[in-house]
Design a protein around this ligand. Structure first.
Ligand code: NAG
Ligand code: ZN
Length: 996
């Protein structure tokens, strides 16, 4: 899945940046049980009452099949036998702790293996939005047992219809069903259990029949609904999002990734709609009883995991190319052409890359009006939010276009890596997501080499996740998780971005041919199965050894375990011995605050690459040597010891930072200061130098004097990638300075450094350049930063463009602002404007039907400095009227994006978090994300205390996301104490030199 892309804009940039600083949100489950808070006597009373009711039902006094009998609490409730078993529509409202309580261990017993599912569904696409279904699950018994335990959540399961039959021969079932003792739910595990009197025999097969019903929900998980308007008429769409643990909300199933089975679906729909699912339709026929309803019978799937099952019912139209189709609402279908043009190219590229044919007969891709994540790789039916699949040439930005190509590449890569071979358990999700995130760049590079995506990798992925992974509260990439809440939490930047960065490192040290051969064998041999990271390491080690890349002393596993089973990453300090040829390498975990005892013990296998002032070879990324798992390592190398300077970690392919002795930093800085020769250092390595030196200073590994000296060269830098690295890092310093009396010093320094690159890009968006995506991306980064810093021309040009639009006779049909300027123009005009500009923009937001334009406007509406406008905006964000649920995070991110707005967002969250949580389907991870936005610039003891009070008052678990947020603020407080004064001093001297 692609997690939701956040607009982030830390604070200098208003533009939605692909990949960078995205904040993961997940499609997590949350659930709670009623009953926890009853007093003991009340609980008992309720249980007795329900027992009585159930008994009545059981003896048939009431013939209503789906009456509800809810288990009141685990343990006691387990013995209640009900006519129907019902996980009642959850009280999603107002649990004051906000935190669903799960059992930690929620794994299914291993005694039963599902083989085939035969599912029928009859959804009501209006009225009460209920759906009725049946499922027949063919199972194989692996151990003698009496219980069948599977998953179900928020479903009514009809007890009287449940039946279990023994399979006699391939086709034939025993006429008599097994005798059922009881059926019950275990809410804390989301289990549904059938207990039998008759023993299930090891090796035998059975078929479980169940009838159930449920609601097509309005929060964005499981089987859910969304709508859009056509000429003031509401059209409904019903679709699914099952990853990670929500297939159980749509039908009872064995909902774990390793439990693969074949799925056959039969879905009924209104005659005027269409259903797409993983497999093609075999035939359709009229529904027996519901007039105007039609059955679609889908082909049986290949063996697959439950979380990849998908279906979508809509009145969309589609266009096709070969066996790939794209679906969207009719008035947006034209914008699906771009996705349809890249998808077949990427699919072919991937078939060749993996050397494994795509095994399904077709792929459908559908752009849904509401979608929590960015996109989801369901096998054969990829679901997208509109902005990740639809691209409007003429209206959308260069960034949108790249984003569509990357997301299509990501999801198509999953068709093999994830769908064909699946991680055995969610702990290994990084393998899935890291790999797909890495392939985004490879596939985009294959279809559009002019975008130079591979250069952008370091700034979009590696350097952004470096910041998170430097916190002591970061986590191991391969990380034990058990319950749905924990599972949802690891769909984070560590899994995606660090995962992709260490896979990229591996591809470089193994070399591409060896890497691909290993992958290909892994996919071929593990196809239709599940696997762990050790399986992949085994295949890669074999290839590496047979190609002579690794000797007997080590293995891919030994190397990669140091990256996946340990938290964080190293900084390698490189120093010359004064009078020998020895070069000393020393590794230590890189952290922003003091290293702990635990950190001291962490050591990595580090691939070493380097070049020198005389070699200037930035192409060879194959390691010349390895730093083994030792603290210190010495290299004998005359080229290095006599070089004027050297740079380690070519193209930043290794997941580590590099520090040098001061002489080398000075010599490298001097080379960068040489306006004629600095480009001899590759762009990715210039970005690396900026990012490393500023972060080393941030973590007190060297002085800010050394770091700021290096940034002086930016005055003649015009490269996109180095500037992006600089902007990200100055974002941080800016966010620390923005509440201080010396902000002007920083602002003036940065404006001076920007002069050359600003003049080069200019304030324009000409048609002629429309194909030079790199220039467009660079321009939007530079202009955003310039306007943020108060660049006079930038602001006045923004206003001029915006007023042209305001004066346009029909602003909705005719927007004179070039698409790539819109982000900066909207934001500046609203920032320096009044209620009038704000309302004008909001009006345009309501009127436009172009999803990318809606997103731009939503982000810009947060740029206002007027507190009441911002409060009103946040209110509208959760009113559920004009702003979609999927966009709540965007609204918050936008408001949090300015120093005024951040405090407002924090207050608003503090006062309304329960309401927000309920509105968003009680997924506490969303609240965590909002809190992260709203605390970004906090850097005083007072603010830290405020944050801690909030967390305490809310009585949240002090779990990892909260710990990370608190640590972030703590390190900022610490940073201010340690560095603020020295940077101010440096800036003062710099200003004097400039003035003189
Ligand atoms: C699948 O279920 C439907 C509805 O219960 C039934 O008519 C059909 O025969 C089943 N198919 C298989 C292969 O069991
Ligand atoms: Zn993914």
């Amino acid at each position: 899945m692609v997690v939701k892309e956040m607009p982030l804009h830390e604070n200098l940039s208003m533009e939605n940046r692909s990949g960078s600083a995205s904040v993961p949100t997940t499609t997590t489950t949350s659930f709670s049980r009623v009953g926890r808070r009853y007093s003991l006597s009340l609980t008992t009373a309720v249980i007795l009452a329900s027992f009585f009711l159930c008994t009545l039902l059981a003896v048939g006094l009431i013939v209503y099949n789906f009456a509800t009998c809810e288990q009141q609490s685990p343990g006691e409730g387990d013995d209640i036998v009900c006519t129907s078993v019902h996980l009642r529509h959850k009280q999603r409202h107002g649990h004051n702790d906000g935190q669903p309580k799960y059992d930690r261990d929620v794994r299914l017993p291993r005694s039963i293996q599902p083989l085939k599912y035969n599912i029928t569904l009859v959804p009501q696409l209006s009225g009460n939005f209920s759906f009725a279904g049946t499922v027949q699950i063919r199972i194989r018994v692996l151990e003698d047992c009496y219980n069948i335990t599977m998953h179900a959540e928020e479903l009514n399961i009809s007890r009287s219809d449940a039946a279990v039959y023994r399979v006699l021969t391939k086709q034939e079932l025993d006429k008599d069903s097994l005798r059922i003792h009881k059926q019950y739910l275990v809410g804390a595990k989301q289990f549904f259990v059938i207990e039998l009197y008759d023993k299930l025999l090891r090796g035998a097969e059975y078929v479980v029949h169940l009838r159930f019903d449920g609601i097509i929900q309005d929060y964005l998980q499981g089987f859910y609904r969304s709508s859009y308007e056509v000429a003031n008429e509401t059209r409904w769409v019903a679709s699914t999002q099952f990853q990670a643990t929500d297939a159980r909300r749509a039908f009872p199933c064995f909902d774990e990734p390793a439990l693969k089975a074949n799925f056959t679906l039969h879905i009924a729909r209104p005659r005027n709609m269409t259903t797409v699912s993983n497999m093609p339709i075999v035939y359709s026929n009229n529904h027996e009883t519901i007039t105007n309803y039609v059955w679609d019978h889908f082909a049986e799937s290949l063996p697959m995991s439950t979380y990849l099952v998908a279906y979508a019912i809509s009145d969309f139209t589609h266009i096709s190319s070969g066996n790939i189709s794209v679906w969207a609402r009719a008035d947006a279908i034209k914008s699906a052409e771009y996705a349809l043009s890249v998808a077949p190219k990427i699919l072919n590229f991937l078939q060749e890359f993996f050397n494994v044919t795509f095994p399904l007969p077709k792929i459908d891709m559908i752009a849904l009006p509401e979608f929590q994540a960015g996109a989801m790789e369901n096998w054969g039916l990829i679901t997208y939010r509109e902005t990740t699949m639809l691209y409007d040439p003429g209206v959308a930005t260069a960034n949108n276009k790249q984003r569509v190509a990357s997301v299509v590449g990501h999801e198509l890569a999953h068709q093999w890596f994830g769908n064909l071979v699946t991680p055995s358990w969610w702990s290994d999700i990084w393998l899935n997501e890291g790999f797909a995130s890495y392939m985004e760049y490879i596939t985009a590079d294959a279809v559009a080499p002019e975008w130079k995506q591979l250069d952008q990798f370091v700034v979009n992925e590696l350097q952004t996740v470096f910041q998170l992974d430097a916190l002591s509260t970061s986590h191991k990439i391969s990380h034990q998780v058990f319950n749905p809440q924990e599972i949802s939490e690891i769909f984070d930047r560590i899994s995606y971005a660090k995962g992709s960065a260490i896979i990229r490192m591996m591809a470089h040290f193994l070399t591409n041919p060896v890497f691909r051969r290993g992958l290909s064998k892994y996919l071929q041999e593990m196809a239709y199965n599940s696997a762990t990271q050790d399986d992949l390491w085994r295949f890669l080690t074999n290839e590496a050894k047979s190609s002579g890349l690794l000797d007997h002393s080590t293995s891919v596993k030994e190397i990669m375990d140091t990256w996946t089973l340990q938290t964080g990453y190293p900084v390698v300090k490189i120093s010359r011995h004064p009078n020998t040829n020895a070069i000393r390498l020393e590794q230590v975990r890189f952290v922003y605050t003091n290293t702990t005892k635990e950190d001291e013990g962490l050591l990595w296998w580090i691939p070493i690459t380097f070049t020198t002032a005389s070699e200037l070879n930035f192409a060879n990324t194959r390691p010349t040597t390895w730093m083994p798992r030792t603290k210190l390592y010495e290299l004998e190398n005359r080229n290095l010891s006599t070089a004027k300077w050297f740079i380690f970690n070519i193209q930043q392919t290794g997941y580590y930072r590099v520090n040098y002795d001061l002489d080398n930093w000075r010599a490298v800085t001097e080379h960068l200061m040489d306006a004629k020769h600095f480009e001899e250092i590759a762009p990715a390595n210039r970005a690396q130098l900026i990012d490393d030196v500023l972060n080393l200073a941030r973590g007190s590994y060297l002085s800010y004097g050394t770091a700021m000296n290096l940034t002086r060269y930016l005055g003649h830098e015009t490269g996109h990638v180095p500037w992006k690295a600089a902007i990200t890092n100055f974002n941080f310093i800016d966010s620390m300075f923005v509440n201080s009396g010396d902000y002007d010093l920083l602002k003036n320094y940065l404006l001076k450094q920007l002069r050359k690159v600003y003049d080069e890009v200019g304030f324009k968006d000409s048609q002629r350049e429309s194909e030079d995506i790199l220039l467009l991306l660079k321009r939007s980064e530079i202009l955003n930063m310039a306007c943020h810093l108060g660049h006079q021309e930038c602001i006045s040009e923004s206003n001029r463009h915006f007023q042209n639009w305001v004066q346009s006779a029909n602003p909705d049909a005719n927007n004179p602002i070039g698409p790539n300027l819109r982000g900066v123009v909207y934001c500046s005009a609203i920032q320096y404007g009044t209620e009038y500009e704000w309302d004008f923009a909001f009006e345009r937001y309501l009127k436009t039907s172009i999803p990318a334009e809606k997103e731009l406007l939503l982000s810009a509406l947060g740029c206002s400095k007027e507190p009441w406008l911002l409060y009103r905006y946040l209110r509208r964000g959760i009113a559920g009227q004009h702003i979609r649920k999927q966009d709540v995070l965007r609204v918050f991110a936008a408001v949090s994006n300015t120093v005024v707005g951040q405090q407002i967002a924090f207050d608003f969250l503090r006062n309304n978090w329960q309401e927000i949580n309920t509105y968003m389907g009680s997924q506490i991870s969303n609240i965590h994300t909002l809190l992260k936005f709203a605390t970004k610039r906090m850097n005083s003891k007072f603010q830290l205390a405020e944050l801690e009070d909030f967390v305490k008052d809310a009585r949240w678990d002090y779990d990892r996301p909260i710990q990370q947020i608190v640590e972030q603020v703590e390190t900022s407080v610490d940073w201010m104490n340690r560095n603020y004064k020295s940077i101010v001093e440096w800036l003062k001297i710099e200003a004097k030199i400039e003035g003189a």
